[in-house]
Design a protein around this ligand. Sequence first.
Ligand SMILES: C[S@@+](CC[C@H](N)C(=O)[O-])C[C@H]1O[C@@H](n2cnc3c(N)ncnc32)[C@H](O)[C@@H]1O
Length: 398
Amino acid sequence: MKNVVEIEKMDHMGNGIGFIDGKTIFVSKSIPGDTVIFDIVKETNSFVKAKPKKFVSRNHEALSAFCPYYYQCGGCHLQNMIYEDTLNYKVDRVKNILNRAGIDEDIEVISNDNPKNYRNKIELKIKDSLIGFYEEGTHDIIEIDNCRITKECINNFLPDLKNMNIRNGEVTIRCNYNDELLVSIKTDDNINLNKEDYPDKKVAGIILNDKCIYGDNKFIDIINNTFFEVTYDAFFQVNPFINSKLFEIIKDNVKGKNVLDLYCGVGTLSIVASQNAKKVYGIEIIPNAVVNALKNAKMNKCDNVDFILGKVEDKINLIKDEIDTVIIDPPRKGLDQKTINKILEIKPSNIIYISCETQKLSEDLKSLNTNYDVKKIYILDMFSYTYHCESVCVLERR
Ligand SMILES: C[S@@+](CC[C@H](N)C(=O)[O-])C[C@H]1O[C@@H](n2cnc3c(N)ncnc32)[C@H](O)[C@@H]1O
């Protein structure tokens, strides 16, 4: 088979698609209008998965990626597009997936104010002392000294991380509004800590294998003048600007007296919703996140919010009040059937479903569709220059 193809369209995972002799060729990091010589990664009777070796000619709007690791790294997918085109791609992607579930509402797009250096969290792999990300489609490490979509205060800590002499493991570094860092390390190695260096670099805490070995295991973040304590193992959205936009959407769409916030993390959306509600209940599985959520309600003077620790599918039965709005913000795997049935039984007049996995969102909306109409869809560019996006669907009971 020839190893050169003209890219005609794109798939849902940011790959270019071309055809050779009836076979579909998926080439990563290429866009329609590119003609590309490719290396085969996987071949079956019907398709080839490939990566670009050389571009023979490029779409005249294709850009050179702003990250030197782009063509090796598995993190970003769309750096060869101008930013506005990445948004158009995401709108088409979400529309296509939701159309399959019979949903065809207009989409409002919320773009990122600064689509580079936006992430407040980096998740690094360490293998044989190389620190970086997995190479696209493999478990080999691409060593990096700067991630162009991550905040600079995190990148500035990477030399200190190198000095710790970790040979194998995983490290997550987070930062807050004030560029303070929380560093969580998982390794079996003995690590080297230069604690005297850290105060200048605003290291709030270092956690080794779930044990705090420096500073604290949590810090405070601020979004839209609201304070949130966040422990190292609790979920917090990776893009503060887009998170602030999500808060505004929640505030605009919460209706009625009582609100149920499923998968509530450290209570962010519960606290936002509490401004327009009589009572809010949040349910969350991570113990530290629930401790944070209770503290966050106090810190922000919300006395109409309660948090329940446990699995949504188990604890949702504890809610006896009539619920007007259910906020759903599940992990990537979406809702299980038990939870969907219970939501239908609760009969809220309004559902706000937030999703980072459009395929699962579409399946869940199909199940909720029996009693609910989608009234509004937002796409928030939470994960700029990747194919991922955050969608918010507002549903109303028929
Ligand atoms: C996408 S996050 C949303 C968090 C929160 N709404 C926010 O905006 O920060 C999903 C949350 O669901 C929690 N979670 C995952 N599975 C769960 C389950 N079965 N029951 C309750 N919470 C769960 C995770 O720990 C995480 O905090």
